[in-house]
Write a protein that binds this ligand. Structure first.
Ligand code: TUI
Length: 312
C-alpha cells in the first residue's frame, strides 16, 4: 500500500507500534519493522545509556526503519532527545505533553517528528511548528490518556490539519483501521494488540490477562492525581481508584514502579497492567508478522465490502 504515511516512513503498511514504556523493547519493535510496520522503542522507563544500548541493539536485528518514543514526563526527556539526535534515529514520536521545544533541533537534522496529541488545538500548534504528522490518540487507548474518544478526536484533528493524521486508541483489527481511515486518518498506531504476541517480552500473566479481558475490563487510575492511565481492572487497580479519593499521596506512592511490576514480574497484587479497551477484542497470542498481515487483510476486505455496498 502507498499513501503519505508509508512514503514518509518508508514502510510497507501504514501501521505504527505504540511507544510503550517497559514493553516497547527493541526485540518487539524490530519484529514490527521486519513485518513491514514501524517498530517503536518505548524509552519511557529508560535512561540515556539504556536508550543508546536499545538503539544499538535494534540496528543489529533490523535494517528497516524504526522509531523511538519519548515520554515527555520522563525526567530524562532532554537527554533522550540528545541520544536520538546522536544515533540518527529516523523517526521520533512524543507522548504525554507538548514537545515544541525539541522540534527545531530534530527537524534541522532531518528526523521525522510525530507527536501524540489529545486535542485539535495542540495538533494545529504543532503543525505550525513543523512536525511531519500527528498521532491522534483517543481515550480508549492504554496507559496515559486524554479526554476525547478516538472517533471524535481523529475526525476533528483530520479536519484541522493538512499533515497526515495517524489514529490511535481502540484499534486492534482491520475493521477499526478502516473506521480510522474513514475519519481521515492515513495510518494507525497499535499498542495492546502487539502485547499479545510471541515476540512481546512481557510476563506471561500480562498476556493471559489481556486474552481473558472483556471490553469493560479496563479502568482509569490516576484521574484525581492528574495523570490518568487506563489499566486492566484488577483488585489493585480498583484499590488505587478508591484510595485516590481519600489519600491521593498514598495512591501516588503505591503507583510508583507499578508498570514495571506488571511487565517484568506479572505481579497481580501490585502491578499496573496498562492496556486499551481493545484488550476485550484480542483472542489469541500470534506472531507479530501474522498480526500485521491479518489486520491489513481485514482492512482491505472491509474497504472492499463498503465500496461494493455503497458504490454499486
Ligand atoms: O503517553 C502516552 N501513553 C503512556 S505514557 C505511559 S508511562 C506512564 N507511567 C505511569 C503513569 C502514567 C504514564 C503510559 N502510557 N500516550 C500518548 C498520549 N499523550 N496520550 C495523551 C497524550 C497527551 C496529553 C496531553 C499529549 C499531549 C497533551 O498535551 C498537554 C499539553 O501540554 O498541551
Amino acid at each position: 500500500m502507498k499513501n503519505r504515511v508509508t512514503e514518509l516512513l518508508k514502510i510497507e503498511y501504514p501501521i505504527l507500534m505504540g511507544g510503550m514504556a517497559w514493553a516497547g523493547t527493541p526485540k518487539l519493535a524490530a519484529a514490527v519493522s521486519n513485518a513491514g510496520g514501524l517498530g517503536m522503542i518505548g524509552s519511557g522507563a529508560m535512561n540515556p545509556e539504556q536508550l543508546t544500548g536499545a538503539i544499538h541493539y535494534i540496528k543489529q536485528i533490523t535494517d528497516k526503519p524504526f522509531g523511538v518514543n519519548i515520554m515527555l514526563a520522563s525526567p530524562y526527556a532532554d537527554e533522550l532527545v540528545k541520544v536520538v539526535l546522536k544515533e540518527q534515529v529516523p523517526v521520533v514520536t512524543f507522548g504525554a505533553g507538548n514537545p515544541a521545544k525539541y522540534i527545531p533541533s530534530l527537524k534541522k537534522q532531518g528526523t521525522i517528528v510525530i507527536p501524540v496529541v489529545a486535542s485539535d488545538s495542540l495538533a494545529k500548534l504543532l503543525e505550525r511548528s513543523g512536525v511531519d504528522a500527528v498521532i491522534a490518540e483517543g481515550m480508549e487507548s492504554g496507559g496515559h490518556i486524554g479526554e476525547v474518544t478516538t472517533i471524535v478526536l481523529v475526525n476533528k484533528v483530520a479536519r484541522s490539519v493538512t499533515i497526515p493524521v495517524i489514529a490511535a486508541g481502540g484499534i486492534a483489527d482491520g475493521r477499526a483501521m478502516a473506521a480510522a481511515f474513514s475519519l481521515g486518518a492515513e495510518g494507525v498506531q497499535i499498542g495492546t494488540r502487539f502485547l499479545a504476541s510471541f515476540e512481546a517480552e512481557i510476563h506471561e500473566n500480562y498476556k493471559k490477562k489481556i486474552l481473558s479481558a472483556s471490553i469493560r475490563d479496563t479502568v482509569v487510575t490516576g484521574m484525581k492525581l492528574g495523570h490518568p492511565a487506563r489499566v486492566l481492572k484488577t483488585p489493585f487497580a480498583r484499590q488505587i481508584c478508591e484510595l485516590e479519593a481519600q489519600s491521593p499521596l498514598e495512591a501516588e506512592q503505591i503507583l510508583v514502579g507499578s508498570l514495571r511490576r506488571a511487565v517484568l514480574d506479572g505481579d497481580l497484587d501490585s502491578g499496573s497492567f496498562m492496556a486499551g479497551q481493545v484488550a476485550g477484542l484480542v483472542e489469541q497470542i500470534l506472531p507479530v508478522n501474522q498480526i500485521i498481515q491479518t489486520i491489513f487483510e481485514e482492512f482491505k476486505q472491509t474497504v472492499k465490502k463498503l465500496c461494493v455496498e455503497v458504490l454499486q
